[in-house]
Write a protein that binds this ligand. Structure first.
Ligand SMILES: *[C@@H]1O[C@H](CO)[C@@H](O)[C@H](O)[C@H]1NC(C)=O
Ligand SMILES: *[C@@H]1O[C@H](CO)[C@@H](O)[C@H](O)[C@H]1NC(C)=O
Ligand SMILES: *[C@@H]1O[C@H](CO)[C@@H](O)[C@H](O)[C@H]1NC(C)=O
Ligand SMILES: *[C@@H]1O[C@H](CO)[C@@H](O)[C@H](O)[C@H]1NC(C)=O
Ligand SMILES: *[C@@H]1O[C@H](CO)[C@@H](O)[C@H](O)[C@H]1NC(C)=O
Ligand SMILES: *[C@@H]1O[C@H](CO)[C@@H](O)[C@H](O)[C@H]1NC(C)=O
Ligand SMILES: *[C@@H]1O[C@H](CO)[C@@H](O)[C@H](O)[C@H]1NC(C)=O
Length: 406
């Protein structure tokens, strides 16, 4: 058993044995539940002292009146639990021996239970690879014939402890298939880079998603793995827990502004319920180069969400441990790129980013550049109208004065 016990409040005084604790103390601004401007963010790698090398990362983001818990793990398929509570004192407890047992129900708990306002989970189940060489324009919506998928439950992952970076509040999971008969991953890996934030901002790397203290960013990257075809497209299958019988909905938002993600005028959102609720937010773009330029931008298609039978999915012990037996799983696919244009084949590189959070999703304000352009575009005719109006008014006045004089 490690992690915080019930009486242990706050975030600094409950160091469970081999634990890396890192904290950031910040002033908190007065904001209501689940909409805090700044948070005290701590990243804790909760180690299992029963020598099975498994990763469990607890991101705890404490605000004035709320705490968000993100629990990331590579135990089974990579997965994250998202739990929001309405108290700054909620804690996570972990029973490792139960968690790695065949029946992990109850091994992960957030106390006090009645403070939980929202909880759900994402499970990254499979990596797909498609052969796009034969896709004609007529079948453009199909990425091509699928090679046998990689099950992410059958990956082995690095020890994340050394990748924890206190400066950026980030941690990197690096994995490759346990069985790799063709050696496709001999020089490659699938990377999940998790980053938390103590305040709002925007990263330097495209797609430059606007984040807040209520969100975590995940960057998924496939680097250096040998593709099985000359024009391989990749896809990711994601499963989530619905909040009821219905699956979460995906919304597309359009904007006239592409300053932060060149040529991308769309923002996609997965919402678990009516707002404020949990959300995933991403731009439908992935990159085939680290620099993430317009030239390396690939489209990212999302399939509709469908209810899925739990037994068809690889089981995530952390989801089972927190939620118990569940049947309301929904799954969807993300597909990156097209047979034409830039692709993974260019540099054996692919990266896609998504925000995960609770509350109201961040909204991009129009950038100063676009406001300037709008001011000029709308301003010129407006000025002409105004000038015209004044001219008419003045000439009419002069006319009446003239008549008066007469
Ligand atoms: C915290 O919650 C209490 C009780 O609901 C409320 O009175 C108070 O204004 C909240 N504080 C902030 C900073 O939101
Ligand atoms: C992971 O790395 C840390 C620091 O290097 C070490 O203390 C810990 O025992 C490692 N965990 C496992 C499961 O190997
Ligand atoms: C962890 O779970 C096991 C199995 O249910 C139980 O025997 C043990 O007491 C639990 N440990 C703690 C600290 O609760
Ligand atoms: C592509 O299509 C052609 C003609 O339909 C076929 O001969 C060829 O075997 C296909 N190639 C692949 C890789 O499926
Ligand atoms: C892996 O890298 C080594 C050294 O750069 C190279 O010799 C080998 O061919 C690579 N293997 C694969 C499968 O790409
Ligand atoms: C890849 O392209 C090369 C050269 O165009 C060709 O010889 C080879 O058969 C192709 N491989 C596959 C798997 O399509
Ligand atoms: C994702 O795509 C694969 C390959 O096309 C398909 O087998 C699978 O059923 C899809 N999953 C979902 C949830 O749509």
């Amino acid at each position: 058993m490690s992690g915080c016990e019930e009486p242990c409040r706050g975030w600094g005084h409950c160091a469970p044995s081999p634990v890396l604790l890192l904290s950031l103390l910040l002033t908190t601004a007065p904001f209501g539940l689940l909409g805090e401007e700044t948070r005290q963010v701590s990243l804790e790698v909760i180690s299992d002292w029963l020598d099975a090398p498994q990763n469990l990362l607890h991101v705890r983001a404490v605000g004035t009146n709320s705490t968000l818990h993100y629990v990331w793990s590579s135990l089974g398929p990579p997965a994250v639990l998202l739990v929001a509570t309405n108290t700054p004192y909620s804690t996570l407890s972990v029973n490792w021996s139960l968690l790695i047992s065949s029946d992990p129900d109850g091994a992960l708990m957030v106390h006090p239970k009645d403070s939980i306002q929202f909880s759900s989970a994402l499970v990254f189940t499979r990596l797909f690879e498609f052969d796009s060489t034969n896709t004609s324009d007529a079948a453009a919506d199909s990425p091509g014939k699928s090679y046998p998928p990689y099950s992410l439950a059958e990956f082995s992952w690095n020890n994340i402890t050394d990748s924890l970076d206190p400066a950026t509040l980030s941690v990197t999971f690096r994995g490759h298939p346990i069985h790799d008969p063709t050696g496709a991953f001999a020089n490659g890996s699938l990377i999940f880079r998790v980053q938390a934030f103590s305040r709002s901002g925007r990263p330097v790397q495209p797609p430059r998603l606007l984040h807040t203290a209520d969100t975590c960013q995940l960057e998924v990257a496939l680097v250096g793995a040998s593709p099985r075809g000359n024009r391989s497209l990749f896809g990711l299958e994601v499963a989530t827990l619905g909040q009821g019988p219905d699956c979460p909905s995906v919304q597309e938002q359009h904007s006239i502004d592409d300053e932060y993600a060149p040529a991308v005028f769309q923002l996609d959102q997965l919402l678990w319920g009516s707002l404020p609720s949990g959300f995933m937010q991403w731009r439908p773009v992935a990159f085939s180069q680290k620099q993430g330029s317009r030239e390396s931008a690939m489209s990212c298609q999302v399939s509709p969400l469908y209810p899925t039978l739990a037994y068809l999915l690889p089981q995530s012990p952390i989801v089972r441990a927190f939620f118990g037996p569940q049947s309301n799983f929904c799954a969807f696919n993300l597909t990156f790129g097209a047979s034409t244009g830039p692709g993974y084949w260019d540099q054996h590189y692919l990266s896609w980013s998504v925000l995960l959070g609770v509350g109201t999703p961040p909204v991009d304000a129009l950038s100063p550049l676009v406001l300037g352009i709008m001011a000029v575009a709308l301003g010129a005719p407006g000025l002409m109208l105004l000038a015209g109006g004044l001219f008419l008014l003045l000439s009419h006045k002069r006319h009446s004065e003239y008549q008066l004089i007469n």
